[in-house]
Design a protein around this ligand. Structure first.
Ligand SMILES: CC(C)(COP(=O)(O)OP(=O)(O)OC[C@H]1O[C@@H](n2cnc3c(N)ncnc32)[C@H](O)[C@@H]1OP(=O)(O)O)[C@@H](O)C(=O)NCCC(=O)NCCS
Length: 158
């Protein structure tokens, strides 16, 4: 594993770089700048962000915010750049994300969604990270099944 640093806020000059990292990883469901910026504009939604930097480059990041039900944090995305995958950076980002999220008194659960095409990789990946209750929760706009997993504060803290 290379020497890395973890940051918990994006310098505004780097926002597009990280959006590009996301869009390159999810070419079928890219985010536009307006949606991306919405994560950082509304502190009431308690955005949680962590990124890993190696040699002054972004190797990965995790991002989430609360939804309508303010006891639930939605983990919106986790990305590790292809060059750095398989080095536990994803696990480190998830750990930081959960530690911070569950330090908020109002949050009792973190949920995340993934697409059917990715399910064969991500269902076991998140199970390995102690996410539970895998289920299908409706469909995306292209008809693809929407998978959901969750982790509870009481289980994370135990
Ligand atoms: C998913 C992703 C973030 C994983 O990041 P990563 O840094 O390569 O993953 P890690 O190296 O942290 O893997 C963590 C652990 O999970 C294990 N693991 C990895 N893939 C696994 C799988 N399919 N099933 C079970 N365990 C798996 C690893 O062996 C490792 O185990 P260890 O903790 O015992 O060493 C990365 O592959 C990625 O960015 N993919 C594209 C974007 C994506 O699909 N993101 C998820 C959106 S919800």
């Amino acid at each position: 594993m290379d020497k890395f640093t973890i940051i918990n806020a994006i310098p505004s000059k780097d926002r597009l770089t990280i959006l590009n990292l996301y869009n390159n990883s999810f070419p079928l469901s890219t985010w536009n700048k307006k949606y991306w910026n919405s994560f950082f504009k509304n502190s009431l939604r308690q955005p949680v962000f962590f990124a890993i930097k190696i040699n002054n480059q972004y190797a990965g990041f995790v991002l989430g915010r609360v939804g309508k039900d303010t006891s639930i944090m939605l983990l919106s995305t986790l990305v590790v750049s292809p060059t750095y995958r398989g080095n536990r950076y994803g696990s480190i980002l998830i750990q930081k994300f959960l530690e911070t999220t569950f330090s908020f008194p109002n949050i009792h659960k973190v949920i995340l969604h993934f697409r059917d095409f990715n399910a064969w990789r991500l269902e076991p990946y998140y199970a390995h990270l102690d996410f539970i209750n895998h289920k299908i929760e409706g469909t995306y706009s292209n008809g693809e099944k929407k998978h959901c997993v969750e982790i509870h504060k009481k289980d994370f803290l135990n």
